[in-house]
Design a protein around this ligand. Structure first.
Ligand code: TI1
Ligand code: ZN
Ligand code: CA
Length: 552
């Protein structure tokens, strides 16, 4: 057929298979589109011609597409040997409106006619699939049900072979590719495509970036050797040292302002985390991402060093954060799987990822969920919120080495410096609160002043202040409503609250349970003497008396 062609215009120099659309690689008049494609591809064969293969053409069109926008026609082909497709081969050919070939990609196989390949299988498809199953199960263990198995007879490395793909989820996710010689039953080649896709060739690299407050942060990220891009994933390091205690993996993503509600749902339901944060060099240019990433490491250090806790679940789970959630979202959250940070509206709040105590607050929700799992409503919800604030404050003080009892002061009203935070643990009443909640117009610091309405899930962010004040009094001491508390310092106070949280509180615990749990935790650590509570336990009792939470 190739020889009978009438060549119209000039053919471009050999070796080049691409031309501007105005240029032409190949012309053949009076032929259909398919015939032009066949003629063009056959013209690329220099050796033993396709017709010596006997049946059919060497090229089989497997898909075609007409692009009406550019008035062009495109096909995709695969090569075949006596009608049997050849694995891994393929070309694309593009025709212009005159049916001239103006572009083509993909090498053609020369001298196929010289090969002598069997075309009749001597082992059956069932036998080949059994060989695959044996191979897969030797690798990952018994598979009770395959998600799918597909088989096709192809030419692979000049052999007739069954190309079989097998998908598995349990006991391990896999997308196995097997090439079984159809004459001998040998496994010619085999790989797990899923495995390879999941484990790109990455190496840890030192990187840096400015955080939300313009402070340079140095950390470790991973570089993909094939793309040369570096991503915000800090690898899990086995057996950390004192100088580098971050043995927990950390990953940070960008939601690109996707709405908070869909994001929270997609994330909680399907594990959607957002988009990769990447750089082509060793500098990360997204301050929110840099802050979220490094803040979660700092808070993790706190839980690890002070409370011997191995990440939020105490099993070393990866710390995942996503920044730029929603448009000007004035909040941050924990959704059961990861931390979420809004950018703030720039007036009430700046980028929430900047707040170390915000990170501490959200991460503590992760700790709570993995321990007491306090119900996020009414009194138990207020205790949940309060512990998030308390450990947020302790974690920040640990990381900065300074004393600070405000919540979110670094991100609150970014245009008014020095005006405190969203809440205060040392003096909750110093922060204004809408009179929709309480007639006083400020946060409560006594149980009698608690909010009893239904807004904010029963005032979880409001009544939390009562327990916050108790934590402050236990730590730093003071006289409150006539009750004097001798402070015991952060080192002792944080151990008491951590012990109460992890060992004593239950999902429905309220203020009185919190009081009893803290007293019990203190008694465990600082024993009564001669029937008298230790100074530490006395401080806990006095603090809860001071904020009006009565003994049972
Ligand atoms: S856990 C989260 C509630 C999220 C609900 C929405 C899905 C929360 O409590 N967020 C903190 C954020 C924060 C923490 C800000 C420390 C400043 C310092 C919070 O206090 N949110 C307030 C604004 C709220 O939700 O009422
Ligand atoms: Zn919270
Ligand atoms: Ca603070």
């Amino acid at each position: 057929m190739a020889l009978s062609l009438a060549f119209g215009g000039g053919v471009l120099p050999s070796g080049s298979t691409f031309a501007q659309e105005s240029q032409v690689l190949f012309q053949a008049e009076g032929l259909s589109k398919h015939e032009v494609v066949q003629a063009y591809l056959q013209s690329q064969l220099t050796g033993v011609q396709a017709k010596s293969l006997g049946t059919g053409s060497q090229f089989k069109i497997i898909s075609e597409y007409t692009d009406s926008a550019t008035n062009t026609y495109h096909v995709r082909t695969i090569e075949q040997y006596k009608g049997i497709p050849i694995y891994g081969t393929g070309q694309t050919v593009a025709l212009n409106s005159n049916n001239d070939v103006f572009a083509s990609f993909g090498k053609v196989t020369q001298n196929l006619g010289r090969s002598l390949i069997p075309t009749e299988a001597s082992i059956s498809e069932e036998e080949a699939i059994d060989i695959v199953k044996q191979g897969v199960e030797a690798e990952i263990g018994e598979v009770k049900g395959y998600d799918g198995i597909e088989s096709e007879l192809m030419i692979f490395q000049n052999r007739l072979a069954y190309v079989i793909t097998a998908s598995t989820s349990i006991p391990a996710p896999g997308y196995f590719h097997y090439f079984i010689d159809a004459t001998t039953g040998d496994v010619i080649e085999e790989f797990n495509a899923l495995h390879e896709a999941e484990l790109p060739d990455v190496e840890p690299v030192p990187v840096k970036g400015l955080n939300v407050f313009g402070k340079m942060q140095n950390f470790i990220a991973v570089k993909d050797a094939t793309t040369n891009k570096t991503y915000m994933h800090t690898p899990h390091i086995s057996g950390g040292t004192t100088t580098n205690p971050n043995i927990v993996g950390v990953s940070t993503y960008d939601a690109r302002r996707m709405g908070e509600t869909p994001f929270i749902l997609l994330s909680a339901l399907f594990g959607f985390t957002g988009f990769e944060v990447e750089t082509g060099n060793s500098f990360f240019a997204d301050p929110a991402a840099v802050s979220a990433h490094t803040n979660s490491m700092k808070i993790n250090d706190y839980f690890q060093k002070i409370h011997k806790r191995n990440s939020l679940d105490d099993k070393g789970m990866r710390l995942i954060s996503t920044v730029h959630i929603g448009s000007k979202w004035n909040n941050a959250a924990w959704n059961g799987k990861q931390m979420l940070y809004g950018d703030g509206d720039g007036i009430i709040l700046g980028s929430l990822a900047g707040g170390l105590d915000v990170a501490g607050h959200e991460m503590t929700h992760g700790v709570i969920e993995n321990t007491t799992d306090l119900i996020y409503q009414d009194e138990s919800g207020a205790i949940n919120e309060s512990l998030a604030d308390i450990f947020g404050a302790y974690g920040e003080m640990y990381a900065t080495g300074t004393v600070d009892w405000d919540m979110g002061e670094d991100i609150y009203t970014p245009n008014i410096p020095g005006d405190g935070g969203l809440r205060s643990l040392s003096d909750p009443t110093s922060v204004r609160l809408s009179t929709t909640y309480l007639p006083s117009g400020h946060y409560p610091d006594h149980y009698d002043d608690r909010y009893l309405g239904t807004l904010d899930r029963g005032g979880v962010h409001i009544n939390s202040s009562i327990n916050n004040k108790a934590a402050y009094l236990i730590t730093d001491g003071g006289t409150h409503y006539g009750v004097t508390v001798q402070g015991i310092g952060r080192t002792k106070a944080e151990k008491i609250f951590y012990r109460a949280l992890t060992l004593y509180l239950t999902p429905s615990s309220g203020f009185k349970d919190m009081r009893e749990a803290a007293i019990q935790a203190s008694r465990d650590l600082y024993k009564d003497r001669n029937g008298q509570p230790s100074p530490e336990t006395a401080a806990v009792i006095a603090a809860y008396d001071a904020v009006g939470v009565p003994a049972e």
